[in-house]
Every structure is written in structure tokens, then in C-alpha cells.
Write a protein that binds this ligand. Structure first.
Ligand SMILES: Nc1ncnc2c1ncn2[C@@H]1O[C@H](COP(=O)(O)OP(=O)(O)OP(=O)(O)O)[C@@H](O)[C@H]1O
Ligand SMILES: [Mg+2]
Length: 725
């Protein structure tokens, strides 16, 4: 058989990895060196050359999107494989396992996934029920505690709080929360992994079956696995499977969520016959970008060490822009994207990366103003929007009456006269009798535990849900969704709210019907009802596919979600001390290395051109901050950097956008100060310099002056006592 196509487009080292005889293997290599490409070709090689059945392959990727891409790339090289191969994220695969063996996992067949917002509400409710002061005991902290323990594979009974009263308290909450989840058939994200691990651990026959089946396990982005994920792989592999992991210690960025770089060395110890293959040639970035990133990451101690070089051109220098404030930064970025488009580039080739989600708003506004399409990758996800979650709440409750999180969400949305007092009775009855909220309602009605208006309101709700279920029995999925949105009163409720926001919510609800119409369960969901598959899909994939993936649009995302991706034009925005590295990392010191790795990840997403920007003044989370440029900027040698002066920006063609108009007006005001761009001036303290930029008008006019000795400063003209030279 001719298998040359499996090795096509690979270098010598990559070929070695792809065609190695079956054994365990670590591919350790820097960004853009083709690790993911090697993984894909290896799967094809296993299928075609080693004649392995698709059933024997388990491949783990970092996002659902990456899993889909990988599957289609494998099919390009190796032909159609359909659902026989297990490929997905850790969470997705664990979910598949739990669905297949829900009984052994001690879950109801209709168990539902609890996302992090639902989890938060539930924990909050539980803490309230035992009268904990949420100032002293923040629910968020309880949530992180529980998730961190689960990520380490620890149940309450595994933890000894000793004499620590704090920890004892968290443990009590952990226990109450877990009991509530078990009662209601709810599984949070961390629980998916933990339970899938326990399922195998406690069922030797099942374990033997899967160990036998998965002779080939492949994991991408291995540096970001946590303890339970590692344990899961280790267990599944047994002593016979061949495990190929690919990763880069310099790109480990989820330490804060329990990821352990040490898993790389642990792997080498546990699989002691594993070969290590290193890849050193980078195919993604230009020389300047790659070398700058290499120099930056060299500031980290304790690296496994890698050489990374490229045969490609040096390319352009990295553009560095010092913005006056966050608006100026956004304006700059959008300007460069306009240029890119004018030169024939596509919007989807541009990515704006930032440290925190909240930074997107200003960027979004600037893009909207210029009428540039954009999508937020992994940001406010469609399925996380309030109205969508309301609708899903009804659907979930219809599917599983015991789903307490869904019950809480919709019991009084829209308002139907079930107030907090009534709900508290329902909740405490549920607690006392150890039943779910739904069951508690039914008991209360039967036993006359509620009276008058409360009773009829609750009874009305129960009837509504039961009728919805009856009505929907013979309907197709999207009709059911539509029916529930209307008959539950949700649509009407938002209609009455009026205003743009409410309109958008109604549009979203309508979009949900569209989503249901075009929904196709995949092979992993073959045993589920269509509705259960849809509910699981909503919880797991929450908007990764947002907007229309094919539309040409600028990509906005956090640095964390950019992992593994690449774009011709990349902007790193908000590269400021306190923001990136963030303040917590600076205060705690030991997290700085991880921030630097995050910067390395960001820079190495860029193929052709990289811009880095920082703002001297930024309004974020409602506060005004003045920050210095990030230390990461200083750590990039000047030879790779082009400092951009705003002069070009100011003289850019004036369009009719509100921002440009403002600019135009200020230009006249600016002239009124007697200063002009490019003019030499002197300052009593900083000496001589050149005016390079301005902002604001009237007494607030500020100018940026590049002083010969003192560097660049922003000064308020009214106070600065600048003398024209
Ligand atoms: N031998 C090769 N010849 C040409 N292009 C290649 C080769 N190997 C990889 N590439 C290309 O280089 C880019 C980076 O590859 P890939 O995404 O597999 O790298 P990676 O090591 O997984 O990166 P990251 O660390 O960011 O996940 C891709 O566009 C890929 O198609
Ligand atoms: Mg990759």
C-alpha cells in the first residue's frame, strides 16, 4: 500500500514521530512546530499502516472545536471513520463514558450537566440554607474549593481537615452540595472527570474492557492536564496501551485551575519505555516574532529547554503601541485591521487577544463603530445568556423533574407569584425529607403544607410543566423548543420588557429554535433521546461555535482560549503591569512564570504580523487605572520592536464615524493650544522634546511629548508650561 501521503509535508523528526513503531511517546516541542499536525498524521498512520481499528483509538484534544477539526483532518488523510473512534475533550469523553454506563456510575439515566453558573447558584443557595454569612464565606470561594478538590480526585471522605475550622466549613459545604447534586441527578464539570475515573476504578470488568479496547491513546496539549485527567489516562492505558502525548512545558497556562506541568515528567517515569522526540523547526511565525518570543520565555527558570528556529523570513518588526487610554488603544487596533482589509486581507485572519474577558467590550464597540464583523471566541456564549438558560431550564425540567438547578431557575420566571417565602418552605421541606424541590412541591400540595395563593401558584407551576411535557410528546425537537418558549410565558415576559436588550433576548430565543432545528446528535450520543442530546450539547459546547463560523469576522478571545490556534495578524492588547501580568500574579510572585508563558502563547499565535499595545490609563471594572507597560514588553529585545508613533494615526483619512469626527474637532481645538504635532518644545523639568500625540479638548487637552532625555510623557497642556522651541 502506498502510504507516502501520510508522511507528506513533514520534516525528518516529524516523520520519525508519525511512523515510529508502536510504543509510548512524548513529543516535546515549542509553539508552531507541528505537534498537532504530527498527532493527526499519527492517527492516520495507526489506521492505515498499523491496521489499527478506529475502535482502538482514543484521542484527547483541548476544545470541542479542535476535536472536530482533528476528526476532519484525520478523515482527509485516512478516509471516513464515523463515530467509531473516540475523539474529544476530557470532559466530552468522560460524559460519553458516563452516559454509556450511567447505572454503574450510580447516575439516573437522565442526568444533566451543571455548568459553572448553575453550580454557583446552587452552592449559594445551600450556604444560605445553613445561614452562612456570604461576606465571610464567599460562595465563589466554596465553588473553587470544591472544584479544586475534585480536580485532585478528592471526595469529602478523602480530606482530613484536622483542626482547621475554615477547611471544616468548606468540607461541610462540599458534602451538602454533593448530596444535593446526587439527589437531583446533576453533574458539574469537575464531577464528570472524577466520576468517570471512579467508574473505571470501581468496575474492574468495565476497566478491563476499555483497557483492552483502547490500545492507542493520544493526547494533545498534555502540559495542561490536571491530576484527575492524568490519573484517568494512566488507568485507561493499563500496561498495554500505547500512549502518545504531545506538549510544550512553555505553554502550560492552566496551573491556576489545577494543571500540572509535572505530568510531563511523571509520564516519562510511569511509562518508562516511552521515547522522547523533539521538534525544533517552527513553521508558523516569521523570524522576528519567533525570536522575540524565544527571548521572552528565556526569562523563565526551570524550563525543559528547547531550540526553536525557522527557515522563514524575518518578516516585519513587532509593532508596539503606547496608547493614551483604552479607547485610543481600540481605535489603533481597529485602524490596523482596516489597513489589513484595504490591502486585501480577510477579517478572520485577524485576532485580538486579551488577558480578561471584560476587556472585550471597548474593542467590540470600536469594531461596531467601524462596522467590522467580529466574533467572540469562547466569550459570552450563546448558551450562557440569561434568556437561553431560562428556556433551557424549562426543557431540562421537562426532561428531569429532579433537576433542582433548573427548577430554581424557572420556578418563578416569569413571575407567577411564587415568592421567596414559599420557596423557602419548599426548600426546607426538601432538605428535611431528603427529596428534590419538585418532589417537595408535590408533597406540600398533597399534605396541605401550603395554603391559599401560594398553594395555587405552586400547583399552577406543576401543572404547567406537566402539560408542557404532554403537549410536546409528538413534536419534533425544534417545535418543542418553540412551544416551551411560548407556553412558559418566557417570550411574553421579554416582550413586555421592551427596549433593545429585550429585543436581542427575543432574537436569541428565536435563535434557539433555529439551533434546535439544525441540531444533529453526533455518534457519541446515539443512546440518548434527541432532547437529552440537545441539552447535553448546550451544556458542553456552550457557544464554541458561536455566530456563523464561516462568516468573515475578526476573532476576539482571551489569551487562554487562543491556545493551539494561529492567525496571520495578531494583536496583544492591554499589555500592562497589573493587567498582564495581572496583579495577583505580581503579588504572589510564583505565578509570574505562568503569566509569561501566557505571553509566549499569545505571541506565538502570530504568523505574519504582531502588534503589542498598552494603555497608560484604563477604565476597567468601573475603575480608572494608571499603569506602566508590562515587564514582558521590556523583556523583548528592542531589535525586534518598532515603536509606533501616533502621528500617522492622527493624519489618517477622516471618515464620518463618530470617533473620527471627534478627532477632527479636537484637531482644531488642539491648534488653539498653540502647539502642533511634530513641534519641538521644552519643559522646565524634562527638557526638550517633540509633540507626537494629543487627546481631549479645551482645558483638558493633553499632549504626548517624546523628551530627548526623559522619554515619552503625557502632559496636560494647561499645567505643563511647555515652551515652543
Ligand atoms: N513540516 C511542515 N511543513 C510545513 N508546514 C508545517 C509543517 N509542520 C507543521 N506545519 C504548519 O505549521 C503550523 C503549526 O503547526 P501545529 O499547529 O501543528 O503546531 P503546534 O506545535 O501544535 O503548535 P502549538 O504549540 O501552538 O499548538 C500549522 O499551520 C501547520 O500546518
Ligand atoms: Mg498544537
Amino acid at each position: 500500500m502506498d502510504v507516502s501521503h501520510l508522511l507528506e509535508g513533514l520534516n525528518e523528526h516529524q516523520r520519525q514521530a508519525v511512523s515510529a513503531e508502536q510504543s509510548s511517546m512524548l513529543v516535546l516541542a515549542g509553539a508552531g512546530s507541528g505537534k498537532t499536525r504530527v498527532l493527526v498524521h499519527r492517527i492516520a498512520w495507526l489506521l492505515q499502516v498499523e491496521q489499527q481499528s478506529p475502535y482502538s483509538i482514543l484521542a484527547v484534544t483541548f476544545t470541542n472545536k479542535a476535536a472536530k477539526e482533528m476528526l476532519s483532518r484525520v478523515e482527509q488523510v485516512a478516509g471516513y471513520i464515523s463515530g467509531r473512534m473516540w475523539i474529544g475533550t476530557f470532559h466530552g469523553l468522560a460524559h460519553r463514558l458516563l452516559r454509556a454506563h450511567y447505572q454503574e456510575a450510580k447516575l439516573p439515566q437522565s442526568f444533566q450537566i451543571l455548568d459553572s453558573e448553575d453550580q454557583h447558584r446552587m452552592i449559594k443557595r445551600i450556604m444560605k440554607s445553613i445561614n452562612l454569612d456570604d461576606k465571610r464565606w464567599p460562595p465563589r470561594q466554596a465553588q473553587s474549593y470544591i472544584n479544586a478538590k475534585k480536580d485532585e480526585g478528592l471526595r469529602v471522605q478523602h480530606i482530613d481537615a484536622g483542626y482547621h475550622p475554615m477547611e471544616k466549613q468548606w468540607l461541610t459545604i462540599y458534602q451538602l452540595y454533593q448530596d444535593a447534586c446526587d439527589r437531583a441527578g446533576l453533574v458539574d464539570f469537575a464531577e464528570l472527570l472524577l466520576r468517570a475515573h471512579e467508574l473505571l476504578l470501581n468496575n474492574p470488568t468495565l476497566l478491563a474492557h476499555y483497557q483492552q479496547r483502547f490500545g492507542n491513546i493520544l493526547v494533545d496539549e498534555f502540559q495542561d492536564t490536571n491530576a484527575i485527567q492524568y490519573a484517568w489516562i494512566r488507568l485507561l492505558a493499563g500496561d498495554k496501551s500505547h500512549v502518545m502525548i504531545v506538549g510544550d512545558d512553555d505553554q502550560s497556562i492552566y496551573g491556576w485551575r489545577g494543571a500540572r506541568i509535572e505530568n510531563l515528567s511523571k509520564f516519562l517515569k510511569d511509562f518508562n519505555n516511552a521515547k522522547t522526540i523533539r521538534l525544533e523547526q517552527n513553521y508558523r511565525s516569521t523570524g522576528n516574532i519567533l525570536n522575540a518570543a524565544n527571548q521572552l520565555i528565556a526569562h523563565n527558570p526551570d524550563r525543559m529547554g528547547k531550540n526553536l528556529w525557522t527557515e522563514g523570513k524575518d518578516g516585519e518588526l513587532i509593532g508596539l503601541y503606547s496608547a493614551f487610554n483604552e479607547l485610543d488603544e481600540a481605535r489603533f487596533i481597529v485602524g490596523r485591521i482596516n489597513d489589513w482589509q484595504n490591502q486585501g486581507g480577510l477579517l478572520k485572519e485577524c485576532a485580538i487577544l486579551y488577558r480578561g474577558n471584560a476587556q472585550s467590550r471597548v474593542l467590540e464597540e470600536a469594531l461596531l463603530q467601524q462596522r467590522l464583523s467580529y466574533r467572540i471566541y469562547g466569550g459570552v456564549r450563546f448558551f450562557e445568556r440569561q434568556e437561553i438558560k431560562d428556556a433551557m431550564g424549562y426543557l431540562r425540567l421537562i426532561a428531569n423533574r429532579d433537576d433542582d438547578a433548573a427548577f430554581e431557575r424557572v420556578v418563578n420566571t416569569p413571575a407567577r407569584g411564587i415568592g421567596d417565602r414559599t420557596l423557602n418552605i419548599v426548600r426546607s421541606t426538601a432538605r428535611e425529607q431528603n427529596v428534590t424541590l419538585w418532589q417537595s412541591c408535590k408533597k406540600l400540595i398533597e399534605n396541605n403544607g401550603l395554603t391559599g395563593r401560594a398553594r395555587s401558584a405552586v400547583a399552577g407551576f406543576i401543572t404547567l410543566v406537566q402539560e408542557l411535557e404532554q403537549d410536546c410528546l409528538d413534536m419534533s425537537l425544534h417545535k418543542r423548543v418553540d412551544h416551551c418558549i411560548i407556553e412558559s410565558g418566557l417570550k411574553q415576559m421579554y416582550r413586555q420588557e421592551k427596549g433593545e436588550k429585550a429585543e436581542a433576548r427575543i432574537e436569541n430565543l428565536e435563535e434557539l429554535v433555529t439551533a434546535a432545528r439544525s441540531f444533529e446528535p453526533d455518534e457519541t450520543q446515539e443512546n440518548l433521546s434527541e432532547m437529552d442530546a440537545f441539552l447535553a450539547h448546550a451544556a458542553l459546547e456552550a457557544g464554541e461555535g458561536q455566530a456563523d463560523a464561516h462568516e468573515d469576522a475578526v476573532q476576539l478571545m482571551t489569551l487562554h482560549s487562543a491556545k493551539g490556534l494561529e492567525f496571520p495578524l495578531v494583536f496583544l492588547a492591554g499589555v500592562e503591569e497589573g493587567l498582564f501580568p495581572n496583579q495577583r500574579a505580581i503579588d504572589e510572585g510564583d505565578r509570574l512564570d505562568e503569566e509569561r508563558r501566557l505571553c509566549y502563547v499569545g505571541m506565538t499565535r502570530a504568523m505574519e504580523k504582531l502588534y503589542i499595545s498598552h494603555a497608560e490609563q484604563r477604565r476597567l471594572y468601573g475603575r480608572e487605572n494608571y499603569s506602566a507597560p508590562s515587564r514582558f514588553i521590556r523583556e523583548i529585545p528592542r531589535q525586534f520592536v518598532d515603536e509606533i508613533r501616533l502621528k500617522t494615526q492622527v493624519s489618517a483619512p477622516v471618515t464620518s464615524s463618530p470617533i473620527a469626527n471627534r478627532f477632527h474637532q479636537t484637531e482644531q481645538n488642539f491648534q488653539a493650544t498653540g502647539l502642533s504635532l511634530g513641534q519641538r518644545v521644552s519643559h522646565p523639568k524634562f527638557g526638550a522634546g517633540v509633540v507626537v500625540n494629543y487627546e481631549g479638548s479645551g482645558p483638558q487637552t493633553r499632549v504626548q511629548v517624546n523628551f530627548d532625555g526623559a522619554g515619552s510623557k503625557w502632559l496636560v497642556v494647561a499645567y505643563a508650561r511647555l515652551q515652543p522651541l
